[in-house]
Design a protein around this ligand. Structure first.
Ligand code: NDP
Ligand code: GDR
Length: 331
């Protein structure tokens, strides 16, 4: 009898960490999650959402903590989802973003390499790369070979992690793959990101709990998919005989205005202009204007395709926030 596969997930408290843990538990994995800090407020959230996950303390900026986590979990697969992931924050906190989102990748790659010893491909490695690496896009749609031109400290940090992952694959023969994922959202999305900010505000406006929504650039475009679909692509990458890089996206792009149209329509508001203000504080020093991915390689090699469309995704998020706000109000 072969033993169950074992996965170590960094970023377990984040949106993707929770969906990936759920997926791997249903596939029979022993799942370990890296959690940072001495009293992380999301500890209980992880325990109640994915009770089968075993939590280990560690931090991407601390190499020896990562080595201990690898030692304790003895993983067959490592998913590096941990990062400072909010692009707007990265301009004001460029140094710490570099420490975690860039150098943290080097730390976890190095810990994995040392853990593997003379069998570098024994542990399969996934790096959470990002469409933000395309930044000032040099090609539309963007694919694996599109020139990278990051537009934020976060994007620059992700480019470092992406190339370092490729470098460890080529230098040491590690089974290290990089998923270039476009925006993916869900009811678990952090409230600082635009989709969740809008779904929460729309729910509160429709219940009379809020009357204004302050927004930044309404003309930016994003290729938005559902996080539950995207973690499936991560897993499929690590099931391939050879490691590689893949774009994961829907191939559809929408403006922030369209996001507002769909979200407000869900609660019966057709003209949202009276509720939304533009506020300079949410406008970024540099913008990524036209993200749209070409995921044909992921479709051909991984057999992956998205199952949730834009309207369905936004409706799912608004409905979830309506329920959450009603529960809060009923307390
Ligand atoms: P979240 O922001 O929801 O989660 C980020 C995770 O990283 C959290 O668990 C956070 O822990 C953890 N983390 C932060 N700092 C450290 C650190 N120093 N050491 C260890 N862990 C740390 O991100 P998502 O789940 O949305 O995204 C997952 C990954 O995918 C990220 O790397 C992100 O950059 C990338 N990505 C995301 C996309 C998206 O659209 N969601 C698209 C493309 C890439 P804590 O709770 O303790 O802060
Ligand atoms: P992004 O996500 O920067 O694409 O990074 P975010 O939802 O923060 O922004 C998307 C676009 O919306 C515009 N925008 C606003 N954004 C926020 N947060 N708040 C606002 O009020 C607002 N108004 C307009 C932004 O200017 C931007 O153009 C996400 C993260 O998950 C990254 O970690 C990941 O790598 C990329 O997606 C792919």
């Amino acid at each position: 009898m072969t033993s169950a596969p074992r996965a170590l997930i960094t970023g377990i408290t984040g949106q993707d960490g929770l969906y990936l843990a759920e997926l791997l538990l249903t596939k029979g994995y022993d799942v370990f999650g890296l959690i940072r800090g001495q009293n992380n407020p999301k500890y209980e959230l992880v325990q109640s959402t994915v009770p089968g996950v075993q939590l280990l303390t560690g931090d991407l900026t601390d190499l020896s903590s990562l080595m201990r986590a690898l030692d304790a979990s003895q993983p067959t697969e490592v998913y590096n989802l941990g990062a400072i992931s909010f692009v707007a924050y990265s301009w004001e906190n460029a140094h710490v973003t570099t420490e975690v989102t860039a150098k943290g990748v080097l730390n976890i790659l190095e810990a994995t390499r040392l853990h593997c010893g003379s069998t570098p491909a024994a542990v399969r490695f996934y790096q959470a790369s990002s469409s933000e690496m395309f930044g000032k896009v040099q090609q539309v749609p963007q694919r694996e070979q599109t020139l990278l031109w990051p537009r934020s400290p976060y994007g620059v940090a992700k480019v470092f992690g992406h190339y370092m992952t490729i470098n460890y694959r080529e230098s040491y023969g590690m089974h290290a793959s990089s998923g270039i994922l476009f925006n993916h959202e869900s009811p678990r999305r952090g409230p600082e990101f635009v989709t969740r900010k809008v779904s929460q505000a729309v729910a509160r406006i429709s219940l009379g709990l809020q009357d204004r929504l302050a927004m930044g650039n309404l003309e930016a475009r994003r290729d938005w998919g559902f996080a539950g679909d995207y973690v499936e692509a991560m897993w499929r990458m690590l099931q391939q005989a050879a490691a590689d890089d893949y774009v994961v996206s829907t191939g559809q792009t929408h403006t922030i205005r369209e996001l507002l149209d769909v979200a407000f329509a869900r609660v019966g508001i057709d003209d949202w202009s009276g509720y939304v203000d533009q506020d300079q504080q949410f406008v970024r020093p540099a913008e990524v204007d036209l993200l749209i991915g070409d995921a044909s390689k992921a479709a051909e090699v991984l057999g992956w395709k998205p199952t949730v469309g834009f309207t369905e995704l936004v409706n799912m998020m608004v409905d979830s926030d309506l329920q959450a706000q009603q529960n809060l109000a009923g307390r």
